[in-house]
Write a protein that binds this ligand. Sequence first.
Ligand code: HEM
Length: 341
Amino acid sequence: MTAAKLRAYRIAAAGALAYTVPVILWGAFVRISGSGAGCGQHWPTCRGEIVPLAPSTATVIEFTHRVTSGLCLPIVIALALAARAVFPAHHPARRAAWWGVFFMVLEAAVGAGLVLLEYVAGDTSPARAYWMAGHLLNTYLLTGAQLLALWWALGRDIPGRPIPEGSAFARGRVIAAVRAAPPSLRAFIVVGALALCVVSMTGAVTALGDTLFPLATEASLQERITGGSGAHIFERLRIVHPALAMVTAFGLIVAPWGVLPDRQRRNALVLACAAGAQVVAGIANVALSAPGWMQLVHLDFALTVWLAFVWASVEAVHDAACAASPDPGAPSARRDGTASL
Ligand code: HEM
C-alpha cells in the first residue's frame, strides 16, 4: 500500500458518506412534498419510462431521488473494491466497506418495496409505519458502516499503545470488540445505540404522521401531543417520540463524560452538543407544527447525533482494546496496515 493510495481511499470514503447524507435528506423531501408516487407504481422505471418526458413536479422530485440514490450503489461498490486494493486481507476497513454495500442494497430494496406496495403519497395504512421505521434503521446502519469504513482508514493510533494483534477490534469484529470492552462502556454503547435507533424509528413514524395529518399552526397542545379525539393512530402516537427522545438526549449529554476515556473529552463534547441541538430542534418542530424545512433540519441533526455516537463509541472501544494490549512497547499494529510493509 502506498501513502498516495491510502490518501485517495480516505478521500473516497469521506466523499461516499458526504454524498449519501444529502441523498437521504432528499429522500425525506420526497415524503414531505408528497412526491413518493411521482413515478407511479413503477420501479425501477419511472411511469414506465427510463427518463420521464413531460414530468410533473412530483415526478421530477421522485425521479431525482431515484437517480441520485441509484448512484449510491456503484459508489459504495467502488469504495469496497478500493478498500480491497488498498488494505491487506481481513482489514477492518474492508469489512466495513462491504457492510456499506450490504446495507445500501437493503436500502434500495426497502425503497423499492415502499413504491411497489404503494406505501407512498397519501397512504395511511399502519403497515407503512413499520416500513418507514425499518427504512430509518437501515439508514443508520448504512451510514454507521460508511463512517467505520472511513475511521479504520484514518490510522488514529495511540502512540505507544498498539492495538493487540488478532484482537476482535483489530479484525473489525464490532460486536465482539464491544463485548470485550469494560462494562460501563459496553452498557453505554449498547443502551445508547438501541435508544438512538428506537427513538429515531419512532421519529420516522411521527414524521409520517405529520406529513399525512399536518398540524394547523393554531392546534392546541393536546392536539399536538395526542392528535385530539377521533385521531388516527399516527396522530395518537405523536407523544411517544418526544418523550423517549428527551430521556435519550439527556443520557447522551450526561453519560459520555463519565464513560468515555479522559483523552476523548472532545468526542463527549461533540456528542453532547449534537444531542442538545437536536432537542432544541425537536421542540422548535413541535412549536412550529413541523414545517418541511424544519423536518429536514431535524433529520440532518439526527444523523449528526448518530454519527457522533458511532465515532465516540469506536474511539472508546479502540482505547479500551489498546489499554488491554499486553505489550505497549511493541511496534504498532496499525489499522492502515503500513506497519507490515
Ligand atoms: C436525541 C434526540 C432526537 C433524535 C435522535 C430524533 C430523531 C428523529 C428522527 C430520525 C425523526 C424522523 C425524521 C424524518 O424521517 O424526517 C424525528 C422526527 C420528529 N421529531 Fe425527533 N429526535 C430527537 C428529539 C426530539 C425531541 C426532543 C422532540 C420534541 C420535543 C422531537 C420531535 C420530533 C417531531 C415533531 C418529529 C416529526 C417531524 C419531523 O420529521 O421533523 N424530536 N426525530
